[in-house]
Ligand binder design. Structure first.
Ligand SMILES: Nc1ncnc2c1ncn2[C@@H]1O[C@H](COP(=O)(O)OP(=O)(O)OP(=O)(O)O)[C@@H](O)[C@H]1O
Ligand SMILES: [Mg+2]
Length: 305
């Protein structure tokens, strides 16, 4: 599949701080590509360069066939961004917020009216169209940001942590909408700190940490390669490591200590769990492996801290 975004040695410096440190990746047409990483990893900085609102310090970044730079208006017209911050005009109503953007994109008035009605339906905000922004819940504001990002009918949609602060129901609604966009053939870039979100939506992901890419791949494959199928968490003081590793280590394909917990990685966790029960270890958790485990293994810390 043809790449719509190609980054090579992409860097972003703010003074002496290197926020994005020489990353390379390709995003293909029609896929949902995820940037995962903890606070300050460089996710927003990266997507802001793709959206041509932040200059590239060094390296190359090609988006939809042209070089990304802040004066590339044509490129800005072809992308839609759902920003991490809620940047809505609080003096205006829901509909007026969209009208301002339609004007900005020079969409003719009758066409704008039609698109706004469609988009308000798409994000289930028709009933709120005349409400002012302070009257909306966070979930409604985030949905309005999605509608706004779609006004110019972009082929490339960037959503920067679109579900932060939403309850599970609101989160699922946003996921459904993003999946529908993807099913229409749009290319989607998503940043998130939620592993489940990445597993639900992304075809491929990169895991970022301190401006660098640690791993890239298909979520399920990364989990299978790095971790296996199952994880057993044993809460124990580090002094117990010797005994526990002697008893449980041979039954696992790998392990990691993070804080007060020993994580054992298995493809079939039953023999290990049997041993855990024999040893009568307190507060153990046995569960399916997730992307969070991949991150934990790569960085020795958990993603949301
Ligand atoms: N405008 C700016 N000026 C100076 N430093 C900045 C600026 N924007 C971001 N940074 C710094 O760049 C680094 C990466 O920030 P960025 O916002 O890209 O992280 P992030 O992965 O999006 O994090 P979060 O999950 O918190 O949104 C951080 O150290 C941040 O302090
Ligand atoms: Mg961010």
């Amino acid at each position: 599949m043809e790449p719509v975004i190609i980054a090579r040695g992409l860097c972003k410096k703010y003074g002496t701080l290197t926020a994005v440190d020489g990353i390379s990746f390709e995003i293909r047409r029609g896929e949902c590509f995820g940037f995962l990483g903890p606070n300050g990893a460089g996710k927003t900085t990266t997507v802001r360069m793709i959206h041509c609102v932040s200059p590239v310090s060094s390296g190359t970044l090609s988006v939809l066939g042209s070089q990304a730079h802040v004066d590339n208006r044509a490129l800005k017209q072809q992308t839609g961004i759902v920003p991490q911050e809620i940047t809505l005009d609080t003096d205006l109503t829901v509909r007026e917020n969209l009208q301002v953007f339609a004007h900005f994109f020079a969409i003719p008035r009758t066409e704008a009216r039609k698109r706004i009605a469609e988009l308000l339906r798409f994000v289930e905000l028709e009933k709120k169209s005349d409400s002012r922004i302070p009257e909306l819940s966070t979930g409604m504001k985030r949905r309005l940001l999605i509608a706004r990002a779609l006004l110019n009918r972009p082929k490339l949609i960037i959503a920067d942590e679109p579900t932060t602060g939403l309850d599970p129901q609101a989160r699922h609604l946003v996921w459904q909408r993003l999946r529908r966009l993807k099913s229409q053939g749009d290319t989607l870039i998503l940043t998130t700190q939620y592993m489940e979100e990445a597993q639900q939506l992304c075809d491929r992901i990169v895991i970022m940490h301190r401006g660098r890419i640690l791993r890239e791949g298909v979520p399920a494959r990364l989990i299978a390669e790095e971790i296996g199928r199952e994880v057993t968490e044993v809460r124990a003081a580090p002094e117990q490591d010797g005994g526990l590793l002697a008893a449980l280590g041979p039954l696992a394909r790998g392990h990691e200590r993070v804080g007060d917990t020993l994580y054992f990685y298995c493809d079939d966790g039953r023999p290990l769990m049997k041993k855990v029960l024999e040893l009568d270890l307190p507060a153990t958790v046995h569960r399916p492996a997730s992307l969070e485990d991949v991150f934990l293994k790569l960085t020795g810390r958990s993603l949301v801290e």
